[in-house]
Design a protein around this ligand. Structure first.
Ligand code: HEC
Length: 158
């Protein structure tokens, strides 16, 4: 019995070692990729830094990786979050979104931040949650940014 347990532990250890060689590709296309989004939605310097510190790690093509991102299985787990989040809302892909989609994503953003769903809990455990003041600033900025898209949508429907 003891031998079997040892064998299983050894196998687990071996799997962990082998996993270290399988590295998910890094999401590091650079902060230039968020410029189009910021030029259009015009966050203040402060709001831009809130976005960068709390959202861009998952919702842009530029992630600031923590040290444990080098270690499997955390590396897989982070890559999975980033892929999933970016598929839904990626500021680096902003230019490819239609006006309607941009407006809708900002609407979702307001909802998610209001409900406290974003940033994800697993992220705030490590990075800390959004401060209440920062939440308010984010909501104000997103509400104003939506106005221009709503205006454009109204114009095109007339
Ligand atoms: C740790 C990664 C992570 C961080 C940090 C994060 N998000 Fe997310 N976000 C996700 C994931 C994953 C989803 C998809 C959730 C789902 O589909 O259930 C998501 C979904 C969203 C959506 C919904 C998009 C849609 O169309 O359904 C919005 C909006 C959003 N996040 C905004 C934000 C904002 C704003 C911040 C910063 C305040 C933020 N997120 C921080 C991972 C993250």
């Amino acid at each position: 019995m003891k031998k079997i347990i040892k064998f299983i532990l050894l196998l687990g250890l071996l799997a962990l070692v082998v996993m270290q060689f399988i590295r998910p590709e890094k999401n590091n296309a650079g902060y230039e990729t968020v410029m189009a989004f910021e030029n259009e939605t015009k966050p203040s310097v402060h709001v831009a830094s809130i976005l960068k510190e709390n959202c861009y790690d998952c919702h842009s093509d530029q992630t600031q990786y923590p040290w444990y991102a080098e270690i499997a299985p955390f590396s897989y787990w982070l890559a999975d979050h980033i892929k999933h989040a970016g598929g839904k809302f990626n500021v680096s892909k902003w230019e490819s979104y239609s006006i309607k989609k941009k407006d809708h994503k900002l609407e979702e953003l307001i909802e998610e931040v209001k409900k406290g769903n974003m940033p994800l809990d697993s992220y705030t455990w490590i990075h800390g949650d959004l401060a209440e003041d920062d939440k308010v600033l984010l909501l104000q900025w997103a509400t104003v940014a939506r106005l221009q898209y709503k205006g454009q949508l109204n114009m095109s429907s007339n």
